[in-house]
Design a binder for this molecule. Structure first.
Ligand code: PNS
Length: 170
């Protein structure tokens, strides 16, 4: 059985993440989305909230499982007997960080490889940080995050957006 892990903070999940999840789920028998439980980053959403959001937006993809992890990614991968890590590459600015991380992971766990999927062009500059920046000031985030979670992001900033287009169901 071919398995892979797609790890990240997903604070919150974006359409760019979802695009990588769908495409990598097509390449393997089982894809585990690993949500980093890292208190030091003081995320906008708790790890349980992030896991639930991901479960909601991936519920139509049968071979995807959403799990949280803390500690080292390679330990999490070994625990689940996964030898492939998937990461999305947006622009060249991602490259150095991603290369350092994948090289470090490879030194720590030579049996685990990282593969990179290039992000679809329309999401090339999209990030969770940009979503938060837009939402914080009441900007339209409907083109950036799945419909089901739009209202959760606005709610977190105490912003009331009532238009039916922007209010996802969850
Ligand atoms: O979406 P992100 O925040 O860029 O994801 C980063 C993530 C979760 C993949 C990375 O921070 C990670 O793997 N953290 C766990 C600790 C670890 O194993 N670090 C790798 C050594 S550099």
């Amino acid at each position: 059985m071919k398995k892979a892990i797609y790890p990240g903070s997903f604070d919150p999940v974006t359409l760019g993440h979802l695009d990588i999840i769908r495409r990598s789920a097509n390449l393997v028998d089982k894809l585990i989305v690993g949500v980093l439980n890292n208190n030091s980053k003081s995320p906008l959403f708790s790890v349980d909230e992030r896991v639930n959001m991901l479960k909601e937006v991936t519920k139509d993809i049968p071979n995807v499982e959403i799990l949280s992890f803390s500690g080292l990614l390679v330990d999490f991968a070994r625990q689940h007997e996964v030898q492939t890590i998937v990461r999305g590459l947006r622009a060249v600015t991602d490259f150095e960080y991603e290369l350092a991380m994948s090289q470090t992971n490879r030194v720590a766990a030579p049996e685990i490889d990282t593969i990179f999927l290039n992000t679809s062009l329309k999401y090339a500059y999209l990030s969770s940080s940009i979503v938060k920046e837009m939402a914080m000031y009441g900007g339209d985030i409907s083109k950036f995050v799945p419909a089901e979670i739009i209202h959760l992001v606005y709610d977190r900033y105490g912003i009331n957006k009532n238009s039916s287009k922007e209010k996802g169901e969850m």
